[in-house]
Design a protein around this ligand. Structure first.
Ligand code: NAD
Length: 368
């Protein structure tokens, strides 16, 4: 995006607004992009990063906010998409409390149009600071009335997507005896290994951190595999739970798995890699469908307070959603990554239509 292309970019992608916040006293510079409030208040995390320039920060906020709209829409959640980026060193310690309290005040001034949460470079402590100034913070520790860690819910959602993929490919959702390689053993990968072991899968594990690998081998009897061998592993399912862009020209030249399903964001290096998976008949669970469990679980408290059972029941619906995506993919002859976008856009457009006809506001209002 060039300097003079901001409005064209927003128009082409359907963004509603962009707001810039600054407070010199506490060193705050932040950009909030609100992509859509059709389904409900815009929600999405607060990222802190050292951007090359202000335009790069705005571009990141715009791109990420659109992703949130699609994620909530496809997940059946009545929230729109937004994202705040704070320009600065994520490791900054000095004056951190006042920086996030100032940001909390800005968010509060929006009257609930945007709800924030944790993202790259911010912590639950930062959320706690913002919460002093505004109620409009979703991700909070259990001690502060939030749902607590979301990694296990994300892993549970990935498991549901995987069951649907395996059913589509092999005729049964059972993972018993299926060979699955889990790449990345962090907040999502570790509970993923636990779930897969419980389902009777044969689990291979990989991480750059050898201690994490050894823990999984020792606790669950998983088999260790070198990071460089993951995408070429002789498995049924490749489960990326580390970095993005691992579906690329190089990995596709060696990939043996017939299912790709994991939590990593932006798994396709380019859209054409999604088309290539489709052409080869590899079943791909679109990342923002498979990894929605954490945010589905986290935001569930907006509709009646924390209720873990209800939250996890919502996450389990990822299984049906994945089947819906396969139906669209087959009917329209498109890759699943495009089918997911169609599902999300269909829901937003349908709601826009009933709003136009009946003048409804944002469905069931959230309470925070
Ligand atoms: P994490 O930082 O807790 O864990 C990532 C792990 O991947 C680390 O142990 C790291 O050492 C390992 N890793 C990095 N590069 C690797 C490589 N080349 N090979 C093998 N291992 C490697 O992160 P997380 O919270 O578990 O998230 C994992 C992915 O899922 C990320 O892409 C994240 O954006 C996405 N995601 C996470 C959540 C969540 O609930 N935490 C929700 C949605 C999406």
């Amino acid at each position: 995006m060039e300097k003079n292309e901001i409005f064209d970019y927003m128009a082409a992608n359907g963004h509603e607004k962009v707001l810039c916040f600054q407070n010199e006293d506490v060193g705050l510079r932040a950009v909030l992009a609100i992509h859509s409030t059709v389904l409900g208040p815009a929600a999405g995390g607060c990222r802190m990063w050292t951007y090359a320039d202000d335009l790069a920060a705005m571009e990141d906020a715009l791109r990420l906010s659109k992703g949130m709209t699609y994620k909530y829409a496809a997940a059946g959640i009545n929230l729109g998409g937004g994202k705040i980026v704070v320009i600065g060193d994520p490791k900054r310690r000095e004056g951190r409390e006042m920086l996030f309290r100032a940001l909390g005040r800005f968010i509060d001034s929006l009257g609930g149009e945007y709800l924030t949460g944790e993202d790259v470079g911010t912590t639950l402590q930062d959320m706690d600071y913002m919460r002093v100034e505004t109620r409009n913070v979703i991700t909070l520790p259990e001690s502060a009335g939030g749902a607590g860690p979301i990694g296990p819910a994300t892993a549970f959602g990935v498991l549901q997507a995987m069951r649907a993929c395996v059913e589509e490919g092999f005729g049964s959702p059972s993972l018993r005896g299926k060979r699955v390689v889990v790449q990345g053993l962090g907040a999502v990968g570790e509970p993923m290994v636990q779930y897969l072991t419980g389902e009777g899968a044969v689990v291979l594990v990989s991480d750059l951190d050898q201690a994490k690998v050894e823990a999984m081998v020792g606790t669950y009897g998983a088999t260790a595999i070198a990071p460089s061998d993951v995408t070429a592993a002789d498995v049924d399912v490749y489960c990326p739970c580390a970095l993005g862009a691992t579906i690329n020209d190089e990995s596709l030249s060696v990939l043996k798995a017939s299912v790709v399903c994991g939590s990593a964001n932006n798994q396709l290096a380019e859209p054409r890699h999604g088309d290539e998976l489709h052409r080869r008949g590899v079943l791909y669970a679109p990342d923002y469908i498979a990894n929605a469990g954490g945010t589905v679980y986290d935001t569930d408290r907006l509709w009646g307070g924390v209720n873990k059972e209800r939250g996890m029941a919502k996450v389990a619906k990822i299984y049906e959603r994945m089947h819906e995506i396969f139906m669209i993919s087959k009917a329209d002859g498109i890759g699943t990554y495009l089918a997911a976008d169609r599902l999300a856009e269909g829901r937003i457009n349908a709601y826009r239509a009933i709003k136009r006809v009946h003048g409804f506001d944002q469905g069931q209002r959230v309470t925070i």
